[in-house]
Write a protein that binds this ligand. Structure first.
Ligand code: ACO
Length: 329
């Protein structure tokens, strides 16, 4: 059974923070940020906006495109690297906000690999025949977990959300193959160490800023450059395909240089790569649907196209999902 995307929606908060704004906050420059990362600006949520609000907006748009009523959703999977609370799950909060009265669901955590992991997971539920309709949401207000005095990290991240509705789409369409990996020996390379069980909230945690994103940028960069092409090739091979068959690469938008290195490894030109990092920065679980939605809206993606989604990040975690695109009517 082919399971694919029948609706997609996104949401970003209206407030934009440019590189020039950041120049006034930390010792950095538009030139450094642009050449080292490809980012020009990012969207930042106001203090009264939570990840579930952005996730709800994106979900309602995805349902509208799919022409599906909230009551028809069987399962909601929400993935995020900027949790609203440890519990309840964001799936429960969004379930209530969109009125998905008949849905079960849960949150799935895998940092920037979250969207790929959640999409693969949702598709398996439909493939077993147990459910018909799954809503997958990636949503972030990462700006709350960024140390705005740390120029090494604060220039990278942004807020936003993306949601897709998954359903049966016909044989030979939809998710063809996938590949997921973990290497927890790299757990310390990228983490929010404070505020949970290991380092519960305390004055000490706050003094040491352990409630903010801590990152070894160089090591994460080397890891990302290695896995982005590797895992895409591995997933393509499982579908009996190679990078020559690829019409679109939709990578997690972490750094333009990582994306370019991935495209080079795969031997594909950049006009086959979805890139919008310049507008949003790294929005973790939301970055892949934000990039995919743009391809769909601009009608650049065609029926039958082979599309590779690829995510990578904290864990360390990385994964790819290969889809044969079915046009959304
Ligand atoms: N402005 C100006 N200078 C800066 C800034 C800044 N914003 N940030 C760092 N620098 C300085 C550094 O301090 C360093 O100075 P030094 O040599 O005097 O110490 C210099 O720039 C060079 O630093 P590098 O680390 O060599 O720069 P690099 O080319 O590696 O780029 C970057 C840094 C952009 C962070 C890069 O390493 C990167 O993108 N890493 C991956 C990050 C990432 O993708 N993280 C998210 C993964 S997804 C997830 O799960 C959340």
């Amino acid at each position: 059974m082919g399971v694919g995307i029948v609706g997609i929606g996104t949401a970003v908060p209206p407030r934009i923070l440019t590189n020039f704004d950041l120049e006034k906050m930390v010792d950095t420059s538009d030139e450094w940020i642009t050449t080292r990362t490809g980012i020009k600006e990012r969207h930042i949520a106001d203090s009264n906006v939570n990840p579930s609000d952005l996730g709800t907006e994106a979900s309602l748009k995805a349902l509208e495109m799919a022409k599906i009523a909230p009551e028809e959703i069987d399962l909601i999977i929400v993935t995020s690297a900027s949790l609203e609370m440890i519990f309840p799950s964001m799936a429960a909060i969004i379930q209530d906000k969109i009125g998905a009265k008949n849905a079960g669901g849960f949150d799935l955590l895998s940092a920037c690999t979250g969207f790929v992991s959640a999409l693969i997971t949702g598709a398996q539920f439909i493939k077993t025949g147990d459910v018909k309709t799954v809503l997958v949401v990636g949503t972030e207000v990462l700006s709350r977990f960024v140390d705005w005095e740390d120029r090494n990290t604060c220039v990278l991240f942004g807020d936003g959300a993306g949601a897709v509705v998954l359903k049966e789409v016909g044989e030979n369409y939809g998710l063809l193959s996938w590949s997921l990996h973990l290497d927890g020996s790299g757990a310390d390379l990228l983490a929010i160490p404070g505020g949970c069980a290991r380092n519960p909230c305390s004055e000490e945690v706050i003094k040491n800023k352990l409630h903010y994103i801590k990152m070894n940028g160089k090591e994460v960069f080397k890891f990302s450059v290695r896995v982005i092409g590797e895992v895409t090739e591995e997933a393509l091979l499982k579908a009996g395909l190679s990078s020559k068959d690829l019409n679109w690469l939709v990578p997690h938008q972490a750094n333009i240089r990582i994306i370019e290195a991935g495209a080079e490894r795969l031997g594909i030109s950049l006009d086959k790569v979805a890139i919008n990092i310049q507008k949003y920065g790294n929005t973790s679980t939301a970055s892949i649907p934000l990039a995919l939605e743009e391809l769909i809206r601009e009608k650049r993606i065609k029926d039958g196209d082979i599309v590779a989604l690829v995510g990578f990040g904290a864990g360390l975690s990385w994964g790819s999902a290969i889809l044969r695109w079915k046009n959304i009517e």
